[in-house]
Design a protein around this ligand. Structure first.
Ligand code: PMV
Length: 347
């Protein structure tokens, strides 16, 4: 039996300008463009191996050693698109094995606890798409592949690239122009660092898709955010990255995290992702910046209470020292088995 195999890894990305709101739920088309920083493969990544053979009788997916259902329409949409592209390649070269007609076996592992409440679906779908694209020997056009990963999980489209990435929302109803593009490679700003504070490893309160639908349908503030705030911030943030202007980048990152959590609170009924510890982190970072007389650290929070803190390497001891000092004194901080403060590289 001939089995064809390919493996790929994809890292987690953390948005500094948040995607929140869908204009098309099944295609995962967003109501605003977003920007993210891709973290290092060493710290938080998914490794996926895709295999195919004429002998396989059904598509199968193992996630962290557990056989998962492949019935989700999102995974199906990704597999369908990849098979379509492979079929096009096969139709132009009759010698190629007809892999597009074979079943797939996909094995996916995270090198971080899935329960840590960190965006695992982004890395998961990005690794799924890139490993199958490699198996099928599809052209390595990451923006093209990002459109497929987007159908799995919106934010996954940004994990196809390392470094600084923009997801351009696009205008078309078929999503052909809603794709990820590189803003700058990692090498552009190697001194930018990130620390993750795992505040809680509980499962998300409100999953992102239902949270977004609730916000789009009920928040008045949301209209202001997507029409007035984000379009200008998108351009400004790209400029701050190109200029390696940490103060501007940090200010925009914190403001956008706050704006995202504000539209969550403005949803009806409201959605709360931040907890008291998250709020303490926000206050502490503002206090630190105030004492320094400039922005040297910036927080951002996704759909959960865990913080990602961005800082420049020159300020590492100040930023991490303060966080350690402060939070190691909190009850329960050291007692859980997850790393509470993880310094991660950016990739
Ligand atoms: O891609 P999803 O459906 O997991 O949504 C991600 C939403 C945020 O993490 C809150 C923001 C973002 O841009 O990643």
């Amino acid at each position: 039996m001939t089995v064809y195999t390919a493996s790929c890894t994809a890292p987690v990305n953390i948005a500094t300008l948040k995607y929140w709101g869908k204009r098309d739920k099944s295609l995962n088309l967003p109501t605003n463009s977003s920007i993210s920083v891709t973290l290092s493969q060493k710290d938080l990544r998914t490794l996926t191996t895709a295999s195919t053979s004429s002998e396989f009788t059904e598509d199968k997916l193992w996630l962290n050693g557990k056989l998962e259902s492949l019935e989700s329409p999102r995974t199906k949409a990704c597999l369908q698109d990849l098979r379509k592209l492979r079929a096009q390649v096969e139709s132009s070269n009759a010698e190629l094995p007809k892999l597009s007609t074979y079943k797939l076996h996909i094995v996916s592992e995270n090198n971080f606890p899935t329960a840590a409440g960190l965006a695992s679906s982004a890395a998961g779908f990005a690794a799924l798409v890139s490993s199958i694209a490699k198996l099928y020997k599809l052209p390595e056009d990451m923006s093209e592949l990002s459109k497929i990963a987007r159908k799995g999980s919106g934010s996954a489209c940004r994990s196809l690239f390392g470094g600084f990435v923009a997801w351009e929302m696009g205008e078309l109803t078929n999503g052909e122009d809603s794709k990820a593009v590189e803003v700058a490679p990692l090498s552009h700003w190697p001194t930018l660092k990130a620390a993750i504070l795992v505040v809680s490893d509980d499962k998300k309160d409100t999953p992102s898709t239902s949270g977004m639908q609730l916000t789009v349908g009920t928040s008045d503030l949301f209209q202001h955010r997507i029409k007035e705030v984000v379009p200008a911030r998108f351009e400004e943030m790209k400029k701050s990255i190109i200029a390696k202007d940490f103060e501007k980048f940090g200010e925009l990152t914190m403001k956008d995290s706050n704006s995202f959590h504000a539209v969550c609170l403005d949803s009806y009924p409201p959605i709360f992702y931040l907890n008291d510890t998250s709020k303490k982190i926000i206050k502490l970072i503002h206090k630190l910046n105030e004492l320094e007389g400039k922005i040297i650290a910036a927080y951002t929070f996704d759909a959960g209470p865990n913080a990602v803190i961005y800082y420049d390497e020159v300020n590492e001891s100040k930023v991490l020292g303060l966080l350690h000092n402060y939070f190691s004194k909190l009850g329960g901080w050291e007692s859980k088995d997850l790393t509470k403060l993880t310094k991660v590289e950016i990739e």
